[in-house]
Write a protein that binds this ligand. Structure first.
Ligand SMILES: Nc1nc2c(ncn2[C@@H]2O[C@H](COP(=O)(O)OP(=O)(O)OP(=O)(O)O)[C@@H](O)[C@H]2O)c(=O)[nH]1
Ligand SMILES: [Mg+2]
Length: 414
């Protein structure tokens, strides 16, 4: 089965069309910070005008058997297609950009030659993919085109998308999975510069874990910014989880200490700690972060189990430089890349993964509660190239004029 066909079956398929039809166009903002005093959110928090928000499909009666149960296969199928629809909606800007540029390239350079590869490199670098990653990708594409004797750029379309997934997987085996275990207090620390989406992400994560049946607690460790504690409390109320806080200006390490004690007493599964936005070049703030981590580590062995660095995808190369500095001073176990819905340069995901060697664990695809999705390279490329993937019609074997290996795009993915 071809790569495009496999992605189409998984993320779109027959149910995908239903889900899309039922996606409503009414705008819903679930972000409680929007309800707060305008002054508490500076202009860096302001985003571009949002696209209409879409609702995932609800299960219909037909999905249930006579006992009112749904099969695991049906459930998984619907879940995969919901994820596909989320990534498709969240990556709309990037997809328009990527697909249009790729179509233009293929129309302009019909033959696979050096000129085409150079133009492709330029396109990918402009989409924030990152220089080294682009070079590696096009190098592999050159080799693959030669190996399979691909002459027409049109026949390289699917190979390009497939290589993006491959390049994501190689390098190391660092996984996107969160280091969370049942039967212990898991501590997640959220760090990053101002306005990247730390607090919002904490709200969305709390919602996700609560829906999974976990007991969640939040620690209001941003004691610095006016209104930050209140913002986290609003999230806590909305999601229905307890928030441990002290007064503004108090020592964040003391808040963490309190929160850990409360979490232990109440047998919490997951404690998520907010921190103040800190500029990476302010060494005192960075030291404060280390103190917070020390306190957490002393109270719970091996904690924090995840130190997630929040990066704003709309800041492009600047996000990469933030990550490099944070990585130097503190141990970052994963990245949350927010506001992917707000950029047309979604290639930044690849740059982060390949140039920083830190796994992207979650991506923010919008402002609604369930718009924070676990990152997965396949859902990501589906979101980036969905129209191309859905339009792809696999040519039946008997009709495909493919003597041995002349540009046969229907090889199994590795
Ligand atoms: N469109 C979109 N907006 C997001 C996303 N994540 C966060 N935001 C918005 O980004 C803005 C800033 O979010 P916060 O969570 O307050 O950021 P923060 O990092 O906690 O900011 P400080 O506390 O000031 O350091 C809010 O308006 C959020 O709604 C996302 O994935 N997509
Ligand atoms: Mg915050």
């Amino acid at each position: 089965m071809s790569f495009f066909k496999r992605l189409k079956d998984k993320f779109s398929g027959p149910r995908g069309e239903d889900i899309e039809k039922e996606l409503s166009s009414e705008e819903v903002s679930d972000d409680p910070s929007k309800q707060m005093d305008e002054e508490q959110h500076t202009s860096q928090h302001e985003l571009e005008e949002d696209k209409p928000k879409k609702k995932p499909r609800k299960l219909s009666e037909a999905d249930f058997d006579e006992d009112g149960l749904i099969s695991i296969e049906d459930f998984e199928e619907i879940e995969a297609q919901k994820i596909g629809a989320k990534f498709k909606a969240g990556l709309e800007k990037s997809r328009e950009n990527f697909q249009e540029q790729l179509n233009n390239l293929i129309a302009r350079y019909r033959k696979v030659d050096e000129e085409f590869f150079e133009a492709l490199e330029e396109m990918l670098i402009t989409a924030d993919v990152g220089f080294n990653t682009v070079m590696q990708l096009t190098e592999e594409l050159r080799a693959e085109a030669q190996r399979r004797n691909i002459q027409e750029t049109e026949d390289l379309r699917e190979v390009i998308v497939e290589k993006i997934v491959e390049i994501y997987h190689q390098e190391d085996d660092k996984s996107e999975a969160m280091n969370l275990e049942d039967g212990r207090l898991n501590v997640i620390l959220m760090v990053g510069v101002n306005g990247v989406g730390k607090t919002t992400t904490i709200g969305k994560l709390a919602y996700r874990y609560k829906m999974e049946g976990k007991k969640v607690m939040l620690a209001a460790g941003d004691t610095f910014r006016a209104g930050a504690i209140e913002q986290l409390k609003v999230w806590g109320e909305r999601v229905g989880v307890e928030v441990i806080s002290q007064s503004e200006g108090s020592d964040p390490a003391a808040v963490m200490y309190d929160a850990i004690n409360a979490a232990k007493n109440k047998q919490v599964d997951i404690l998520i700690c907010d921190t103040a936005g800190r500029l990476q070049n302010k060494s005192n703030l960075m030291q404060e972060l280390e103190k917070v981590k020390r306190v957490i580590g002393r109270a719970v062995p091996d904690a924090p189990h995840e130190a997630l660095l929040c990066l704003d995808a709309t800041t492009g190369q600047n996000a990469l430089s933030q990550a490099r500095t944070f990585k130097e001073v503190t141990n970052v176990s994963g990245i949350v890349l927010t506001k992917l819905d707000g950029t047309a340069k979604g290639g930044i995901v690849l740059a982060i993964r390949n140039e920083l060697k830190i796994p992207v664990k979650y991506v923010g695809l919008g402002e609604k509660l369930d718009d924070l999705q676990p990152f997965n390279p396949e859902s990501y490329v589906y979101g980036l190239f969905a129209d191309m993937i859905e339009q792809n019609e696999e040519i039946p074997d008997e009709l495909a004029e493919s003597p041995s290996d002349n540009g046969d795009a229907s090889h199994e993915p590795k």
